[in-house]
Write a protein that binds this ligand. Structure first.
Ligand SMILES: [Ca+2]
Length: 397
C-alpha cells in the first residue's frame, strides 16, 4: 500500500479494468495425458465465498497442522477459520484494536507463529501505535491456547519510532534458523529525507533478525551470534540487511528457505529481491535498477541487485507474494507469484539463480486492491482484496 490518494486512484481506475487477461502461455496444470485447452486462461475465483473481512492485510496458517487460516484486519483483529471452501464463519482469535493506530499504511500489519506454536501457543505481531503522541512500530509476543490469543499476555519485544505515517514495512516471519525476521520501511515521507535506509544506526529501511527464545543485555530478545553487523561500530546489532524502502511482504520459499522481498518503489521502479545476509539493497541511492539519489551515475558498488524490477506502465506499488509450492497449479510451481496493489496485475516470475535470468508472465488482473497474498499449510495461494474484503484464488481454466 502506498497512500490513501493511490487507494482512491485504484477506485477510479478499477472500473476501467475489463477483467481477465490471458497469460498466453500454453503450459497447463493438467496431467500430461489430458488434452490442453488452448484457450485456457488464468482467472481469479472466490475462495471462502461466505467470508468477508474488514481491510484484510495478511493471511497465514499457524503451521501447527490444524489446517486453519488466520487473517489480519488492519484495524487490529486476527480472525481464524477452517480452511474449507464452504466455511461460514471466521472467529476472532485476537482483538488489540484499542492499542493499534490504523489507517493508510498503519495498523496491524504482520503476524508470525512460533515454530513450536503447536506446543507453546506463542505468536508475534507487528503493529503501529500512538505512544505519548509519537507513532511507533511495535513487535510483540502473545500467548494463546491455540484457539484464542490472550490480549493481556502481550510482551513488547521491540519498539521504534515512525517519523512519518507511511512506509512501515510490516512482515515478520521465522526463518528455518528459528530466528524472527522483521521487515521495516524507511520511516516514510518521500525519498527517505533523513537517509535512514543506508544508516546502520537506524532500524528503519532494514531487515532485522532477533532471537525470541533468549533474552540478553536487558532486552526481551537476544541478538543471534552471527548477525552481520553485531560488531560494527555505531550499527544496530539487530540488522540483517539494509537499503530497503518499504518492503511490503517478505515470504519464505518453503522449498529453499530463501526469503523473497517485494520493495515498493518511489517514482519509477518496483523491485523483487532475494534476501542475503548483510546485503545492501540500495535505497535511496537506487530504486530498483535505476539511480534515485543522485539520479545519474550512482555508485552501485556492493549492492545486491534486484532479481527483477518493473516500471509504472505495469504498476505503482508492488505486493509481494510467494514462490508457489502447492500442488493445484503445477504450471507455476517454483515461480514467484506476486502482484501490484494499484494496477491489480498478478504475475509469475520464473527465476534461474545460476544465470540470473528472470522471465515475468502476466497471469491475470485483480479488480479491486491487492493488499496481500497468503499461503496455506499445503502451499496453496490466496489473494486478499483490500477493497472488497474478499479472498480470491488463482485458477487455470
Ligand atoms: Ca512510517
Amino acid at each position: 500500500m502506498k497512500t490513501i490518494l493511490q487507494f482512491l486512484f485504484v477506485l477510479l481506475v478499477s472500473s476501467g479494468i475489463g477483467g481477465i487477461v490471458s497469460c498466453g502461455n500454453s503450459s497447463s496444470d493438467s496431467p500430461p495425458t489430458t488434452t490442453i485447452n488452448p484457450n485456457a486462461t488464468w482467472q481469479l475465483t472466490p475462495a471462502f465465498s461466505n467470508l468477508s473481512f474488514n481491510s484484510p492485510v495478511e493471511l497465514k496458517p499457524a503451521g501447527d497442522g490444524s489446517n486453519r487460516l488466520f487473517v489480519l484486519e488492519q484495524r487490529g483483529l486476527v480472525k481464524v477459520f477452517r480452511n474449507e471452501a464452504a466455511v461460514t464463519q471466521a472467529e476472532t482469535f485476537l482483538d488489540i484494536s484499542t492499542r493499534v493506530s490504523a489507517g493508510g499504511e498503519t495498523g496491524l500489519l504482520g503476524i508470525a507463529f512460533h515454530p513450536n506454536f503447536s506446543t507453546n501457543g506463542q505468536f508475534f505481531v507487528n503493529y503501529t501505535r500512538q505512544f505519548s503522541g509519537q507513532l511507533q512500530s511495535v513487535i510483540s509476543r502473545f500467548q494463546s491456547n491455540k484457539t484464542i490469543g490472550y490480549p493481556a499476555s502481550e510482551e513488547i519485544l521491540l519498539t521504534f519510532n515512525q517519523p512519518y505515517a507511511n512506509h512501515n514495512g510490516g512482515s515478520i516471519l521465522f526463518g528455518k534458523d528459528g530466528f524472527l525476521y522483521i521487515a521495516t520501511g524507511d520511516g516514510g515521507s518521500s525519498g527517505d529525507p533523513q537517509n535512514y535506509s543506508q544508516n546502520l544506526g537506524s532500524l528503519l529501511g532494514k531487515m532485522l533478525r532477533i532471537d525470541v527464545n533468549s533474552k540478553a543485555n536487558g532486552l526481551n530478545y537476544a541478538i543471534p551470534p552471527d548477525n552481520p553487523f553485531k560488531t560494527t561500530a555505531n550499527a544496530r546489532p539487530e540488522i540483517y540487511a539494509y537499503g530497503l524502502r518499504n518492503p511490503w511482504k517478505v515470504t519464505e520459499d518453503r522449498s529453499t528457505g530463501k526469503f523473497w522481498i517485494a520493495d515498493v518503489g518511489q517514482n519509477a521502479r518496483e523491485e523483487v529481491d532475494i534476501l542475503e545476509k548483510g546485503g545492501n539493497y540500495g535505497w535511496r541511492v537506487a530504486e530498483g535498477k535505476v539511480c534515485y539519489s543522485p539520479n545519474n551515475n550512482c555508485n552501485r558498488t556492493g549492492f545486491v541487485e534486484p532479481v527483477f524490477d518493473y516500471g509504472t506502465s505495469e504498476g505503482r506499488s508492488i505486493t509481494g507474494g510467494y514462490v508457489y509450492n502447492g500442488t493445484r497449479l503445477s504450471a507455476i510451481k517454483g515461480q514467484y507469484i506476486y502482484g501490484d496493489y494499484v494496477s491489480g496485475n498478478v504475475w509469475a516470475l520464473k527465476y534461474d539463480e545460476a544465470s540470473k535470468q528472470a522471465t515475468n508472465t502476466l497471469l491475470t488482473r485483480l479488480v479491486g486492491s491487492l493488499s496481500s497474498f497468503g499461503e496455506d499449510e499445503a502451499g496453496e495461494l490466496y489473494l486478499l482484496n483490500y477493497q472488497t474484503g474478499k479472498i480470491q484464488q488463482l485458477e487455470f481454466k
